[in-house]
Design a protein around this ligand. Structure first.
Ligand SMILES: *[C@@H]1O[C@H](CO)[C@@H](O)[C@H](O)[C@H]1NC(C)=O
Ligand SMILES: *[C@@H]1O[C@H](CO)[C@@H](O)[C@H](O)[C@H]1NC(C)=O
Length: 291
């Protein structure tokens, strides 16, 4: 009886704090509310993106080139770090430029998103929320501007290389403060010229709010086996976390959503230039003949 009252009080406390208790034992298939009824959920498998190439998509991830203090936190979502790591300026799939500031880094093992059906060993997600000045000018607009953005970076175990980020960010430091330079540890991985995918989806944890512009960089980065094992130990290796499961939510239905590709030479553009090239050769040929 005392135990029941305690449990009820605990649940009431969590509701009061706006926290929802959940776990990854079935990849989120038992999560309720928007998580089960939403039609624009994340993560998704990114495939069939032909015809959605858009040369006007732009992204600028301006992480601070100075030390930022943070710590590694382990909770029901897995491993994360809170802090302001810098800014993001990016166009959403409707062509609207939005500015955001970073507030959290989450590490998911294995990856949540997949590309053409293939997942990755780790997906690092940098969470951003809209800057006040952008919210003020863009609110009430149609189509609606989403308040959050996440930049995803994939990591694949590599036998010869290690990750700069996971050199400074280690779960063994849980609870103790440390500093790192965001611009340095992600140097080269999320540059404004790298190819990326973008679509509109949700948070990948309850309440699964459909408020996220996703920016996913498909070029995976190296992580050493030792670095990888150090993270796995705290998630799949901790049977009290999710009974041996990772902290990745199951893949959700795309439901006909648009996925755009940024920083690639679009096919249409290529055919356009290619036909000019052919025309140029023909003209030269005829001029040559006339002479
Ligand atoms: C750790 O970092 C947090 C956030 O920056 C700060 O509030 C806290 O005082 C720091 N703790 C120590 C012991 O430095
Ligand atoms: C990123 O790498 C380039 C080339 O290796 C280097 O010139 C630049 O200083 C680096 N930037 C940071 C912030 O570490």
């Amino acid at each position: 009886m005392v135990l029941q009252i305690f449990v009820v009080l605990l649940i009431l406390c969590q509701i009061a704090q706006g926290q929802i208790t959940y776990n990854y034992k079935s990849g989120g298939s038992d999560w309720t509310g928007t998580c089960s009824t939403g039609q624009s959920q994340s993560p998704i498998d990114i495939s069939n993106i032909q015809g959605t190439c858009d040369n006007s998509m732009t992204i600028d991830v301006s992480l601070y080139n100075q030390n930022v203090q943070t710590s590694v936190v382990k909770d029901q979502s897995g491993l994360s770090s809170a802090g302001d790591f810098g800014s993001l300026y990016a166009k959403d799939i409707n062509g609207i430029l939005v500015g955001y500031e970073a507030n959290q880094i989450q590490v998911h093992i294995p990856s949540e998103h997949s590309i053409d059906g293939s997942g990755y060993d780790i997906e690092l997600q940098i969470y951003f929320s809209i800057k006040k000045e952008f919210q003020a000018t863009l609110s009430g607009q149609t189509p609606a501007v989403l308040n959050n953005a996440v930049v995803s970076i994939f990591y694949t175990i590599d036998s010869t290389q290690s990750s700069n980020f996971f050199n400074v960010w280690t779960p063994s430091s849980i609870g103790t403060n440390f500093s790192f330079n965001p611009a340095t540890v992600f140097n080269g991985t999320i540059d404004s010229t790298n190819q990326y995918y973008s679509y509109q989806g949700s948070l990948t944890q309850p309440g699964c709010d459909e408020s996220v512009n996703w920016y996913i960089f498909p070029q995976s980065q190296p992580i050493s086996q030792i670095q990888y094992n150090d993270i796995k130990k705290y998630i799949q290796g901790d049977l009290t976390f999710a009974g041996g499961h990772g902290n990745n939510r199951n893949i959700q239905s795309v439901n006909g959503r648009t996925i755009k590709l940024g920083n690639v030479q679009c096919e249409e553009q290529f055919i356009y230039f290619f036909s000019f090239f052919i025309l140029y050769i023909f003209i030269n040929y005829f001029i040559f003949k006339l002479l």
